[in-house]
Design a protein around this ligand. Structure first.
Ligand SMILES: Nc1ncnc2c1ncn2[C@@H]1O[C@H](COP(=O)(O)OP(=O)(O)O)[C@@H](O)[C@H]1O
Ligand SMILES: [Mg+2]
Length: 392
């Protein structure tokens, strides 16, 4: 053990004592605890003491926590890990609701611990986010594919990206088909969905990492799929809060969680975006689509998803015709660099009919396969480093 881990507890003396007591039982690291009763003082302590983690006693009202996170994010240093500690007493005798979890996630809470805190849970959360494992595994990265139009290639690119990531990490990548109205993920992977996202939502109260794995389907390449609902009636059972629960468990269980979405900015899409470490905006090279993408990027910004979490993917979903914009035109109109350019490739149409994902057969040296390889590489870099070497 090199240096000890400093945990700043924001809340009651009782919580600080709990953490100190169980901290002594954590074998993997030495834990030092400091306490402050309120968030205002905490921001100052984060600057001066630089704790590894901040454990905040959660209350129903999250306004102060939002302000606290915003202050830390605007500072020069990377903010510490933010963990929420909750007890039923403060939530009217119940577990915090899905809507509450979404809001807390928006306030950048990365994980939740239930009180009374157990040494197993404390050690688990710290190892997951701060351990050597976390550094090398880029644990629990959520990658969402979005657009404001259908038919631009979200499903194609999300399935391809998920396969490319899974090939290198079997059983560590989950694709969630949240394109609720028209989920094609299973057919693109030639899988017969015996269980779907609806089952995960129905069992949300007992959903844990093991159950989530059981509900996902395994593709021979190592990818796991949580399939879309089979029909609209089933889809109606899914809402933003239940999806938030599924995502909370999913990012604990998998290294990468790739989410395909439906082109509609409803509360479900917003919940997904709240969790996204990378929001991949898929755009095709035509003027109306690019104008739509400008609006969508603006919406992301207003949802608090800054440029550091946005990726722009240009996809030539149709053969080139006169008037097709090139990558430079698109970058100029969007006023930002394009992160990856996918050419039109007939192989995708053939693959769609055979059910064999094109990502598994396309070479890495040219065309679509090369763009995919580069995107997968970009998404595997440490989160903060993404985009750092791309010219403005
Ligand atoms: N780069 C590409 N080359 C060739 N065909 C593509 C490409 N990207 C998408 N397509 C095709 O375009 C159609 C729409 O793609 P899809 O991924 O279903 O879009 P979305 O999920 O945004 O509605 C599909 O038939 C798909 O095979
Ligand atoms: Mg789709």
């Amino acid at each position: 053990m090199d240096k000890s881990t400093l945990v700043l507890v924001v809340g009651s003396e009782a919580l600080a004592q709990e953490v100190s007591a169980v901290g002594a039982a954590v074998k993997s690291r030495a834990i030092q605890v400091q306490r402050t009763p309120d968030l205002r003082r905490a921001a100052e302590l984060v600057r001066t003491r630089r704790p590894d983690a901040v454990l905040v006693e959660l209350d129903r009202d999250l306004r102060d926590l939002h302000a606290f996170s915003a202050e830390l994010e605007s500072g020069p240093d990377a903010p510490p890990l933010l963990v929420g500690a909750w007890s039923r007493e403060r939530f009217g005798g119940e577990d915090p609701s899905g809507a509450y979890l979404i809001d807390a996630t928006r306030a950048r809470v990365r994980d939740f611990i239930r009180r009374p805190v157990s040494s197993a849970e404390l050690s688990d959360v710290l190892e997951r986010h701060l351990g050597a494992r976390a550094a090398s595994r880029a644990a629990g990265r959520v990658i969402a594919f979005v657009s404001n139009k259908g038919g631009v290639g979200k499903s194609t690119l999300s399935v391809s990206t998920a396969c490319a990531l899974a090939k290198a990490r079997p059983d560590q990548v989950l694709l969630i088909d949240a394109s609720l109205q028209l989920g094609l993920g299973a057919s693109m992977l030639d899988l017969d969905p015996t269980t779907t996202l609806v089952d995960a939502v129905a069992q949300q109260d007992r959903l844990d990492e093991t159950l989530l794995r059981e509900l996902s389907l395994r593709h021979p390449c190592g990818l796991r799929l949580l399939a879309a609902p089979k029909n609209a009636m089933d889809a109606a059972r899914i809402d933003d809060a239940s999806l938030a629960r599924v995502l909370t468990v999913a990012r604990r269980a998998f290294d990468f969680v790739v989410v395909d979405t439906f082109p509609l900015l409803d509360s479900i899409a917003v919940a997904i975006l709240d969790f996204a470490d990378d929001a991949c905006v898929v755009v095709t090279p035509t003027v109306p689509h690019v104008l739509g993408a400008v609006t969508l990027l603006d919406v992301l910004e207003r949802l608090g998803l800054g440029r550091g979490r946005q990726r722009v993917l240009l996809n030539h979903s149709h053969p080139r015709v006169a008037g097709t914009l090139d990558a430079e035109d698109v970058a100029t109109r969007l006023q930002r660099p394009i992160d990856a350019v996918f050419p039109f490739d007939k192989g995708l149409l053939i693959a769609q009919n055979t059910g064999e994902p094109y990502a598994l057969t396309a070479g890495k040296l040219f065309g679509f396969g090369r763009a995919l390889h580069e995107l997968a590489e970009l998404l595997t870099r440490p989160r903060g480093a993404v985009g750092a070497d791309v010219a403005p």
